[in-house]
Design a protein around this ligand. Structure first.
Ligand code: FAD
Length: 342
């Protein structure tokens, strides 16, 4: 086991809420390290919908998941957070009042005054479709998220599912792909009605195919798909050319080790009070999708607000002797100095 890395605050999860927490803590002179299982920052935004537009970030009419991640990284630059990517926090132990020891699966040890759990849905994993042998094509021909739209140019793409992801990618990839076949088990979609209408119009004009049924078999070699067999609800069996498949069967959120950290849980979420989003353990906070309280909405903007209030209380643990004076970034020259703009 390595020597402990000392920091004021340890943030578990580098999704949008963990990233913005660095900003709010930084304004109060609180240093943070962040740990994430993924090999990149941005959480769901970067992993699940990097190229999809988000329309409800206050003051930002439209930004993609990756764009938001990059803007947040730019915003927190003045506070030089340290990232430990590709590592999972396994253990959180209380060693002081307040004081915690946090250990990752890579054997790294941290000692900190405050822990902020911004672990989203935990370690999220896409649900695998029940098609025999699909594993052999994952990462080469079968993808559970679209990272680069260019990968799909001039390809026969089979998209499976009936929710927003399936419909959005049908519409987004349609201009690029050679042919899109959307497969859904019933002729009834959970996606936004406008997207469903657009998809039906493309089908009606012969620009893409819609099959009501299930993918039952795949053909290909060395991880490269060539065809997919679709069994229709009318029992008709058809084989369609398919070089790429995008199954959107939803996500399984595996809470992971959070359950073993001695914190009260409620339906796999962490209940918090709403003045500072502190958990049942003083000094451990939970912000973003991982927490629950009356009225909670899993929106990025809610997680940003939670980070701001968390930082105010964290200040009391990190600097118990200092009085916190509330300041605006607009008018405080000391905050502007920290931001490097003054
Ligand atoms: P996450 O983004 O889930 O990040 C949590 C991070 O914690 C992950 O990177 C994970 O790897 C890491 N982690 C978990 N456990 C551990 C551990 N033990 N050790 C180390 N790291 C760990 N919200 C909006 O506001 N507007 C939208 O338009 C919008 N669109 C969406 C579209 C889609 C398709 C999806 C899936 C979600 C959308 N959301 C939207 C929801 C939004 O993405 C989430 O609310 C947001 O990502 C939550 O941020 P977070 O930081 O709490 O968690």
């Amino acid at each position: 086991m390595s020597e402990a890395i000392k920091t004021d605050v340890l943030i578990i999860g580098a999704g949008p809420c963990g990233l913005f927490a660095v900003f709010e803590l930084g304004l109060l002179d609180i240093k943070a390290h962040l740990i994430d299982i993924l090999d990149k920052v941005g959480g769901q935004c970067a992993e699940l919908y990097p190229e999809k537009p988000i329309y409800d970030i206050p003051g930002v009419p439209m930004v993609t998941g990756q764009g938001l991640t990059e803007q947040l990284m730019e915003q927190i630059k003045p506070f030089s957070p340290t990232f430990h990517l590709g590592e999972m926090v396994e253990k959180v132990e209380k060693i002081g009042d307040p004081g915690f020891r946090v250990t990752t699966d890579a054997g790294k040890v941290f000692e900190c005054k405050v822990v902020v759990i911004a672990a989203g849905g935990g370690s999220f994993q896409p649900k695998r479709p029940p098609v025999p042998g699909v594993e052999a094509y994952e990462g080469t021909s079968v993808f559970y998220a679209v990272r680069k739209m260019e990968q799909f140019r001039d390809k026969n793409v089979v998209i499976v599912g009936g929710g927003d992801s399936a419909l959005d990618w049908t519409l987004n990839l349609h201009p690029l792909a050679k042919r899109i076949t959307l497969v859904h088990r019933r002729d009834d979609f959970r996606a936004a009605p406008h997207s469903v209408e657009q998809m039906r119009a493309l089908v009606a004009s012969g620009k893409m195919d819609l099959r009501i049924g299930q993918v039952t078999a795949l053909e290909g070699a060395n991880g490269q798909l060539s065809a997919a067999t679709i069994k229709g609800n009318d029992n008709a069996v058809e084989t369609v050319p398919c070089e790429m498949m995008l199954p959107f069967f939803g996500l399984t959120m595996k809470l992971g080790p959070v359950a073993e950290w001695g914190i009260a849980l409620e339906h796999n979420l962490i209940p918090v009070e709403t003045s500072a989003f502190e958990t049942s353990v003083p000094g451990i906070f939970a912000i973003g999708d991982i927490n629950t309280y009356p009225g909670k909405i899993k929106l990025i903007l809610c997680g940003f607000h939670e980070g701001a209030l968390m930082a105010q209380k964290a200040h009391r643990y990190v600097y118990p002797e200092k009085r916190l004076v509330f300041q605006y970034t607009t008018s405080s020259s000391s905050l502007q100095k920290k931001l490097g703009v003054n």
